[in-house]
Design a protein around this ligand. Structure first.
Ligand SMILES: NC(=O)c1ccc[n+]([C@@H]2O[C@H](COP(=O)([O-])OP(=O)(O)OC[C@H]3O[C@@H](n4cnc5c(N)ncnc54)[C@H](O)[C@@H]3O)[C@@H](O)[C@H]2O)c1
Length: 250
């Protein structure tokens, strides 16, 4: 039981899967959590040192079971990566309460529930929590009334938890990704949106899942032992620049 263990939610694909792979390269074990049982079972079977745990992070009973399953697998939790997320975009007038709740229950309730459920285990290891927000939580933009608000709340939740869990030496940080070509973003990014992002991002491109994983795993590692309560935008420079003005480019 000396081997460290990361619990990664939304691990069946995208950023969560890339993060799983980097933890494995670092020699950690990974409890891979996802509600998409078919995809999770398939990708977990292709990897050693992982346990597929099919659970929904928005359901309190399932979250408790997820922690029990993880402790049965690895005996410890050294890092919790709250990555599971859903995106539904639309104008404010079309955002029904059902849509609002669907986004909030995974993106916000899920982070709260998983953090609450993992805290005792993280106290034992003096471990780390890493929440995934979004540039949509740092800056308001059209069509994201539910998604952007859920991610802004995750940023605040990160600071709340960092403030209270510091005394147990649990560090809590947040990564705010810019656009990454995953199933989630491709469902809501039209070709026009992709082109507009390229214009607005100083590095002129989308990020890769691996580029996100590198920062996530760093913040979970001993190398970041004095870093807590921080929001790190991994976004090609999008957040630090003002309104994109393609006309001002060379
Ligand atoms: N891709 C981007 O451009 C982008 C940008 C900013 C932020 N993010 C955030 O990064 C995170 C990962 O996104 P991604 O692009 O890799 O998405 P993805 O859709 O490729 O993967 C998300 C995974 O989470 C799982 N999931 C969703 N709801 C769940 C729930 N309630 N319980 C358990 N599992 C659940 C899905 O089944 C899926 O496997 C999300 O929080 C997302 O909001 C992504």
């Amino acid at each position: 039981m000396d081997q460290k263990c990361a619990l990664v939610t939304g691990a069946a694909r995208g950023i969560g899967l890339a993060t799983t792979d980097l933890f494995l390269e670092m020699g950690w074990r990974v409890a891979m959590i996802d509600r998409d049982g078919e995809e999770l079972t398939k990708v977990a079977a292709e990897r050693d040192n992982v346990q597929a745990i099919i659970r929904d992070v928005s359901n309190p009973q399932e979250v408790d079971a997820m922690v029990r399953d993880t402790l049965a697998f690895a005996g410890r939790i050294d890092a919790l990566v709250n990555n599971a997320g859903v995106a539904e975009f639309g104008p404010v007038k079309d955002c029904t309460f059902d849509m609002w709740r669907r986004v909030m229950e995974t993106n916000l309730d899920g982070v709260f529930l998983c953090t609450q459920a993992c805290t005792d285990a993280l106290k034992e290891t003096q471990g780390a929590i890493l929440n995934i927000a979004s540039i949509s939580g740092l800056r308001a933009s059209t069509l994201r009334v539910a998604y952007g608000t859920s991610k802004a709340a995750v940023i605040q939740l990160t600071k709340q938890h960092a403030a209270e869990l510091g005394e147990y030496n649990i560090r809590v940080n947040c990564v705010a990704p810019g656009p990454v070509k995953t199933k989630l973003s491709m469902a809501v990014h039209s070709p026009e949106i992709i082109a507009a992002y390229h214009d607005a991002i100083p590095l002129n491109r989308y990020g890769s899942e691996r580029e996100l994983a590198e920062v996530i795993c760093f913040l979970c590692s001993e190398k970041a032992s004095y870093v807590t309560g921080q929001i790190v935008a991994v976004d090609g420079g999008f957040d630090s620049t003002g309104v994109g003005l393609p006309a001002l480019r060379d």
